[in-house]
Design a protein around this ligand. Sequence first.
Ligand SMILES: [Zn+2]
Length: 205
Amino acid sequence: MNSAEQIIEFVRRRMRMSHVYQPLLIRALVRSGGSATLRQLATALLLEDESQLLYYEDRIKKMPLPVLRGHGIVTSDRGLVSLNAGRLTYEQRAAIELACTQKLAEFLQRRGLATWDYRLIDTDPVRADVRYQVLAAAKGRCALCGVHSSERRIEVDHIIPRSRGGTNAISNLQALCDECNRGKSNTNQADFRLAPATPEPDTSP
Ligand SMILES: [Zn+2]
């Protein structure tokens, strides 16, 4: 059992950070009274994750906002989004919430986990030997920008994303650096192995 001082000492002096996750997790545990479920901790981290927030801001601007504005359901003015309705009673708010929840449930039942895109943890990960083959074929270089794994982390990417029915077959996999992988939109199914800057893919195992 640690005293508060020991935990502070760990945080201040012994914690070696490769990312912000350790202090975020300890802080989330403290705030939740000492214990939290994995789901609660994940939610706490998500709220701090600027990239996720920016992703959703961008997502909202591109998709639901213009559609809902087009239908006259919402208005937006310099970053402030408003429901285009007068003052709603408690009952009216509850009725709108219920309608939204029902639509969500119908959709989620139909589409399941595929509703959520590539950032979802893959429940059917690429086998280690297949992963190795892809990375070996790429000779440690990103298929898009050509950066070497000694300079940036190289990841195995699904050309057609899993959420769009892409498989773990080696023909659907390519090596991308983390930067190119992040830049690759989920809707863009580009096979960068065909790009001119790409080293010749060596498909032999
Ligand atoms: Zn790259």
